[in-house]
Design a protein around this ligand. Sequence first.
Ligand code: DGY
Length: 412
Amino acid sequence: IEALDARAREIMRGNDMGGYTIPTKGLYPFQWNWDSAFAAWGFSTFDLDRAWTELETLFSAQWPDGMVPHIIFHRPDPGYFPGPEVWGTRTDPPTSGISQPPVAAILARRILAADPVAGRARMKALWPKMLAWHRWWRRCRCGHGVAAVAHPWESGRDNCTDWDPGMARVDASGVGEYTRRDTGHVDASMRPGKLDYDRFLAILQFGRDCGWDQQTIVERGPFLMADPAITFILIRAHRDLAALGQELGADPGEIATLEGWAADLVAALPMIWHKKLGAHVARDLRSGEFAPAISSGAFLAWLANCARDEAEARLIAIWDRVRFGIPSSDPAAPGFESRRYWRGPTWPVVNALIAIGMRDSGRDALEARLRRETAELIANGGFWEYFDPLDGTPCGGDAFTWTAAIWLTWAR
Ligand code: DGY
């Protein structure tokens, strides 16, 4: 354990670019939003000051409308596509034009708990920024009830089967020539396919061409789907931000607003309840069509304390189909691929979020199993981005920040 701890810290230090941490060298050479929040949580186990700095740097790139972008391009790097010139957001620093799962408040609450006195002033300064970001989610992504994503990259679960119905409707015929960089770093069989990338870019181009105008994107953009994962994360994050507000003596009106937003999301959950599959499932907001399979998003109902009893056995059955961790998509569904990014692999970060929910809801035996399986993957395979849930093969990028962070905070 000590050797793995030391290696995890070494990876986090090695990916520290000074104030922000890259997910991994080569494949992801900038600051990513939810990666950074997990990095902060990891740093909090051995360098609390550095943990707060990570979050502060993330929020320093917040847009005036409250959005916190999914990538911050602090320094140019030709090894990544699509870079700042493709996004065309004209911000300083340059950023992407979409957001990513709002886990920051959930993890900030845990970081503050590590030392409430030392962290108080820094959390207090971050609180209104987090509130502004949550307000952005409410205003720009929750108009249909539950939380939506306007790009699969915004979900953080890029090529998951969740997005198949919405992606099928995206016309990528005008996308033009481009060169991918990701497949120069990682085997193409572990990455999204060419048609996925064409569609990712077509959606991006629509956003850029309308100057990232949110109303246009939500009303007329090529892709808009209800996301169970972000919905559950946001319910939990609203409540955690409200609890942080209580602790810090924030305006009671703002705390009540956050609680109201969480309650509204809970009330809207029936719209993503799939009767036949018996779980919460992603749904295309343009056509009403549900995604074809249950994904790891459904398991996050525990994180939000919104699980329905009738789903429990079905979710466990999906988990039982694999050997290691929660698969990102149901192995019994036709779209499952055990090594292709979000179409099947298990992700230590998602396992950690699900585990928080398991523990908080008293599912201790499930939590212990998930921790054991995740620890085994890392101990046997190393600190990789994700893993084949059937045989434990390490996949994607190596020396990965968030896997190191999950080791230090939860899996060890
Ligand atoms: C990528 O480039 O694969 C990222 O997931 C986009 O955020």
